[in-house]
Design a protein around this ligand. Structure first.
Ligand SMILES: Nc1ncnc2c1ncn2[C@@H]1O[C@H](COP(=O)(O)OP(=O)(O)OP(=O)(O)O)[C@@H](O)[C@H]1O
Length: 312
């Protein structure tokens, strides 16, 4: 158990521009034509769902990892991990310190390249794509320290995030032809996002002047504005009190109810409450994946990680 493990933020979680010195994935954006642009302008809601708004899990993996492996010298930080995360699923990844959780996220987001294996989003192999390209394909990531620009308005912040996926590496001429469309798309998506995170009436306010709670809303809005299919949440509640932790998770569940979520979280009680399924990593390997009840009852997990908690 490591609920008391409030790590200092490591390089991989400081911002989305890959400051991690170990980052070796290609940072060059590959040229993308208009056809690969995500044309969704609004923030869709779930088609079907459980009473809490989450879609039923139908064995329809939106994100898969296949034999994903990352070595650092002799150390195998992530060892042959096969994940299949269903569309709409709330999946948590837990494991002792050093189990490979953050490395796994870095491999999925593209901040790190794998030594072996593949990352597949919606049937497309994205392993060779840069982090930015993966965001455009629909892999969003929220960070403990985010890129909110305090001096800009709430709306400007959201527009910047929306624009990062709407605008593509088009030639100047193509950009000119598409500029009105792209402008409309950014506007529509920003408006829908502000509505969804409950900040529509604060759109003009300076982001730096927001209350703590509204800032968390804006941070989620920045992720949502990229219209992600899958959102990687790396310890979104680190350092928070129990109360704030619960309200943050409630907010995530509300705002991102129709997205596929992958969460790293040290608060096991919380993970047990919110997850559809939990993957337990141990020394880089997937120990087990299952429902909270199945994981809590798994003897291997109890031995390796949960200790007495499962007996409570
Ligand atoms: N850039 C790196 N260079 C060398 N070793 C690394 C690097 N990044 C991670 N590691 C090692 O890989 C292993 C997995 O680390 P990782 O941070 O992924 O674990 P974690 O499960 O996220 O741990 P924690 O719960 O403490 O955050 C650890 O032994 C760590 O020391």
């Amino acid at each position: 158990m490591s609920t008391d493990d409030e790590r200092t933020t490591d390089a991989s979680t400081t911002n989305s521009t890959a400051t991690d010195s170990t980052t070796d994935a290609s940072t060059a954006d590959s040229t993308t034509d208009a056809s690969t642009t995500n044309s969704t302008t609004d923030v869709p809601t779930a088609d079907s769902g459980t009473p809490d708004g989450r879609p039923d899990l139908g064995g329809d993996p939106v994100l898969r990892t296949e034999g994903l492996t990352r070595r650092f010298g002799e150390l195998v930080a992530v060892d042959d991990v096969d994940l299949a995360v269903d569309r709409g699923e709330f999946r948590s990844v837990i494991g002792p310190n050093g189990a490979g959780k953050t490395t796994l996220f870095n491999l999925i987001s593209g901040a790190l390249s794998p030594s072996e294996g593949r990352v597949v989003l919606d049937g497309e192999d994205v392993t060779a794509l840069s982090p930015h390209e993966r965001v455009r394909r629909g892999i969003g990531r929220s960070f403990q320290i985010t890129n909110v620009f305090g001096g800009l308005s709430v709306e400007e912040n959201v527009r910047i995030a929306a624009r990062s996926t709407v605008e593509t590496d088009l030639s100047a001429w193509e950009r000119y032809l598409r500029s009105t469309d792209a402008f409309d798309e950014v506007n529509e998506r920003a408006a829908a996002t502000l509505e969804r995170v409950g900040l529509a009436d604060r759109a003009e306010e300076r982001a730096g002047a927001l209350s703590y709670g509204d800032r968390r809303r804006l941070e989620l809005g920045l992720v949502l504005a990229t219209d992600p299919q899958v959102v990687l949440l790396d310890e979104p509640t680190a350092g928070m009190s129990r109360e704030v932790t619960q309200s943050t998770i409630d907010l995530i569940d509300e705002v991102l109810a129709d997205r596929t979520l992958l969460l790293i979280e040290h608060d096991i009680d919380l993970v047990m409450r919110v997850s559809d399924r939990i993957t337990v990593l141990d020394r880089g390997s997937e120990l087990v994946t299952g429902t909270p009840d199945a994981v809590a009852a798994d003897p291997e997990v109890r031995k390796a990680y949960l200790g007495g908690v499962a007996d409570e």
